[in-house]
Design a protein around this ligand. Sequence first.
Ligand SMILES: NC(=O)c1ccc[n+]([C@@H]2O[C@H](COP(=O)([O-])OP(=O)(O)OC[C@H]3O[C@@H](n4cnc5c(N)ncnc54)[C@H](O)[C@@H]3O)[C@@H](O)[C@H]2O)c1
Length: 273
Amino acid sequence: MVVPPGPLLAGKVAVVTGGGGGIGRGISLTFAAHGASVVVAEQDAARANETVAEIEAAGGTGSAVVVDVTDPAQVGELADAAGAVDVLVNNVGHYLFKPTDFWETIKDEWDALYRVNLEHVFLVSRAIVPGMVERARGGSIVNVSTVEAFRAKPQSAVYAAFKGGVTQFTKSLAMELGSHGIRVNAVAPDLTETLQVPYDRWVTEQQQPLIPQWVPVGRFGTPDDIAGVVLFLASDLSAFVTGTTVHADGGSYAAGGWFRTRRGGWTNRPLDP
Ligand SMILES: NC(=O)c1ccc[n+]([C@@H]2O[C@H](COP(=O)([O-])OP(=O)(O)OC[C@H]3O[C@@H](n4cnc5c(N)ncnc54)[C@H](O)[C@@H]3O)[C@@H](O)[C@H]2O)c1
């Protein structure tokens, strides 16, 4: 069937966790612009309300649910408040700690990383999927992973391991839900300017000219760059896509260790020879 023109999520209810800031906000605004009624599930009330106000100012529909998605009781309340959900985006995630060699990290840190990167994906999916199955009108789940689920993240090994878990969970859940018309996919961002990853503060003026050598597409990403991919995965444009991950990283995963040199060639050496 040819995809019909017009808004891609008209009449759909979409829950976006962490939907008030960074990539989550970009997804919330994009979904609303495509006709979804968006439930902005966010722990920061001000960010949640600002996002809903922005959705409404643009003529869309949204509601704020202030929730910590790592808390099982609050997740239950989120599922009740959201009602009949068609699209779920499990977007919350964070590296939490400064870079530290694994053998110097402690269990309390691993537990915190588990809660904010993997356990809430289980909690929110477990709370919302039964209703999706019961209503039998299909749906889409999109999990936000990272490039570091696919390549190493030295000194953030536990974060990378749990994000790898998101990738693997995405595949298995996709198998279980395929016959119910519910697709499950992931997006793996990198290099995207957000609250958590403020490249505008991290990259000095001196380093700015190096960006085209650093990122294959020549610039950092924006939340809208990721939101476009999530919209694709949430909508019928991707009706035959499930159990997979789309890399939305300006090419960094494909590049591996390769960088453009100042003379326009390529190097995989730590120093530009
Ligand atoms: N920005 C990047 O370059 C990048 C790269 C790889 C992966 N990611 C992934 O993208 C996702 C979003 O990252 P971001 O950079 O937009 O982050 P961000 O910190 O800028 O935004 C996250 C939002 O989630 C909210 N949030 C955090 N914990 C929450 C909780 N327990 N319950 C409810 N809301 C909560 C925050 O208040 C914030 O509004 C994460 O899963 C992250 O791992 C981002």
